[in-house]
Design a protein around this ligand. Structure first.
Ligand code: SAH
Ligand code: AVI
Length: 321
């Protein structure tokens, strides 16, 4: 049984756009839930654990690129910028920027995972007591207000590390980069981490780690939704699947159901059959040319690309056309 259009509108009117969005996704021909629902407190912690796994190369590789090129990055960013980070998580890589950027005016980490964001901001304040840090709890795919810093910045730098851009379809990525273009403002720029296409075996290992942390991260989405939205997904029946889709150049992550079950959510009953899967995440991998074309569609020119010696990952500095 799928949700009718009329009921979906009622859910929206009931001022729970998130619930309406989840029910809508579960009512599609292929059931899906947005990856932003990975991130409750436990999900953010599990993601941090993923970043330390031997198979998950992106974080250490991106950190290495940042460290190797930080002087050049700092010179490109210039004096007294405002650093606005989308999906800041634990701000691990950001520390390198905070240590090296010249007279940073303010750091604005934006994240949907409230407690994790506020704890991370507190830890950073201890490490950087002279820097103004203004965290914003928001879903960055929707309009949100940025705070006013005490020191007037000379320019805005949008920072979007981790290849979180890869978690969006091309259309959604173009739209999101368009918001960032607006946010950067006339003299602004974007510094973005973009994961690269590579041997699929390396990719499949990174998303099917031997300790099972990625599987737990994936399953935790349903635990989060059960708690937050009062649903009754039977977690024991779901298992993690991550596979590389060569045609689309992306890892696709799903939760595969092993028993027929009926989920109650938002006043709806949704049947999930044995063998049916819920799509929970895409992680697109780009070629440098592919990302340059995408950035151009949003108005950005890629001015500088740094890549690690193994050509696994890239950090790209993009200016407005
Ligand atoms: N930037 C960090 C974390 C990446 S994990 C790194 O590079 O390691 C993705 C982060 O984006 C998480 O912290 C998650 O909470 C946040 N996030 C995902 N979707 C979001 C959304 N729609 N709005 C705001 N934050 C989001
Ligand atoms: C946050 N994002 C860039 C991660 C990725 O690699 O796509 C999320 C993740 N999913 C499974 N492992 C890590």
């Amino acid at each position: 049984m799928n949700a009718s259009k009329e009921t979906l509108q009622n859910i929206r009117k009931d001022e729970s756009p998130e619930l309406a969005e989840i029910v809508d996704g579960l009512s599609q021909a292929e059931k899906m839930i947005s990856p932003k629902y990975f991130y409750d407190e436990r999900g953010s912690q599990l993601f941090d654990d993923i970043t330390h796994l031997p198979e998950y190369y992106p974080t250490e590789t991106e950190l290495g690129i940042m460290l190797a090129n930080i002087d050049e990055i700092a010179d490109l960013v210039g004096e007294q910028a405002s650093l606005i980070e989308y999906g800041s998580g634990s701000s691990r890589k950001t520390r390198v920027l905070l240590e090296h950027l010249h007279n940073l005016a303010v750091y604005v980490p934006v994240d949907i995972s409230q407690d994790h964001l506020l704890t991370s901001a507190e830890t950073l304040r201890e490490a950087f007591p002279n820097l103004e840090i203004l965290p914003v709890v928001a879903d960055f795919t929707k309009p949100f207000k940025l705070p006013n810093p005490t020191t007037m910045p000379l320019r805005n730098i949008v920072y979007f590390p981790g290849s979180t851009i890869g978690n969006f379809t091309r259309d959604d990525a173009r739209e999101l980069l368009g918001y960032m273009y607006d946010e950067a403002g006339a003299d602004g720029a974007m510094l973005i981490g973009v994961d690269l296409q590579k041997d699929p075996a390396i990719l499949e290992r990174a998303y099917n780690d031997s300790a099972g942390v990625t599987a737990e991260f994936n399953l935790n989405m349903l635990r989060h939704i059960n708690r937050e939205f009062g649903s009754n997904f039977d977690l024991d029946a779901f298992s993690h699947r991550a596979e590389y889709n060569e045609d689309k150049g992306r890892i696709e992550i799903r939760l595969v159901n092993s028993e027929d079950q009926t989920i109650s959510i938002g006043g709806q009953e949704i049947v999930i059959l044995k063998g049916e899967a819920i799509l929970t995440e895409y992680s697109h991998k780009y070629t440098p040319e592919g990302f340059r074309a995408l950035a151009a569609e949003a108005g950005f020119t890629v001015q500088k690309v740094w890549i690690d010696p193994e050509q696994l990952f890239s950090v790209q500095y993009c200016v407005r056309d």
